[in-house]
Write a new protein. Structure first.
Length: 342
């Protein structure tokens, strides 16, 4: 039954996403390492419309199908995880029980290469879930990916006649970080603890080169203030690097929130040039040291916290759901408000 439901979920995943999407998808992620308090990662989800995001907790032993092709990549989850989904089915952000966090962000320059029909396929829509299910640390994930070819395939959104183009960011409780991008048909992995920021285009190596043009990083330009991805990258990097020493985990949480709020997209009307302007719908913060996951909706401003060590991740345990869209009153520790999905 679980295998059937997992297969059905994969089919629903690919059919549901086609009915409504944006042609402008921009997000920001920052990593704050403070071993005296906590290692935290924060991200903004920017999109043009409400994605009806819910929080789900998956146990170990879940059967997964990475695609709806005739030859999908299949696996059983080794780690339980909490995720923030989109449209009820897509894993956009999350953290597993070992403290590995992950995030998918838009990268318009993505090129996943030619698909080999003989190679199992993993859709970009299941890309993040695969890593949360299978790896304990960033280093584990990178080492495996470097020695085992994973055929990530794009997904075409027929309603807007565009391909989903995403890159994957991973971070863990040690403060390690990796950014995975497919450009020119090849996978590029930027594995470095100094990779504390990610936004969107251009590709990560070009973002780093652009960073050096600003005064605060040795160049001539003043700190930028627009909401385009390259400017957000510079600004978020600067403010993250210059956060003061936190006196407590709560202080650090406030500091991370302050930076991602600075990089947030305002609720604004589109323009002739950018008719589908994204706005920041929600934030997440993963405290990878203490295994606490935070979620804050822009519309309610209520900060929700979830403690992963309170869940039963044993195989056969039910998938648990926190129905955030239908409970705007939720605030504070909502760990005990999760309900099993039958």
């Amino acid at each position: 039954m679980r295998k059937f439901l997992s297969r059905l979920l994969s089919i629903v995943l690919f059919s549901t996403i086609t009915f409504t999407c944006s042609t402008s998808y921009s997000c920001t992620r920052i990593l704050r390492v403070d071993h005296d308090n906590a290692v935290m990662v924060g991200r903004n989800m920017d999109w043009m419309e409400d994605m009806q995001t819910q929080l789900l907790v998956f146990p170990r032993g879940e059967t997964r199908y990475g695609d709806i092709s005739d030859n999908p990549l299949t696996w059983q989850s080794k780690y339980g995880s909490i995720i923030a989904n989109a449209y009820g089915v897509i894993t956009t952000d999350g953290m597993n029980e070992a403290g590995l966090s992950g995030h998918i962000l838009w990268l318009d320059g993505s090129d996943y290469g030619k698909t080999d029909a003989k190679q199992p396929t993993l859709s970009v829509l299941m890309w993040l879930q695969y890593y949360l299910d299978n790896f304990k640390t960033v280093d584990d994930a990178v080492r495996f990916t470097e020695t085992n070819k994973i055929q990530v395939v794009p997904y075409y959104q027929s309603t807007i006649q565009r391909w989903l183009k995403l890159h994957l960011i991973l971070d863990d409780a040690s403060g390690d970080s990796a950014i995975m991008e497919f450009t020119d048909g090849k996978l590029h992995i930027y594995h470095d603890r100094n990779n504390i920021t990610a936004t969107n285009d251009p590709a990560y190596d070009k973002q780093l080169a652009n960073l050096k043009e600003y005064k605060v990083f040795g160049g001539d330009k003043p700190l930028p203030g627009t909401n385009n991805p390259a400017d957000r990258f510079v600004r978020a990097t600067y403010y993250t690097q210059n956060l003061p020493k936190a006196g407590s985990t709560q202080d650090e949480l406030a500091a991370v929130l302050s930076v991602i709020n600075n990089a947030a997209q305002p609720y604004t009307l589109g323009s002739a040039e950018r008719p589908h302007m994204s706005k920041t719908l929600w934030h997440t913060i993963s405290d990878m040291t203490h295994k606490v996951y935070y979620f804050q909706s822009t519309t309610t401003q209520n900060l929700i916290s979830v403690k992963l060590d309170k869940f039963n991740f044993k195989p056969g345990s039910p998938v648990m759901l926190l129905d955030v869209p239908h409970h705007p009153e939720y605030v504070g520790d909502m760990t005990d408000k999760f309900k099993p999905i039958e």
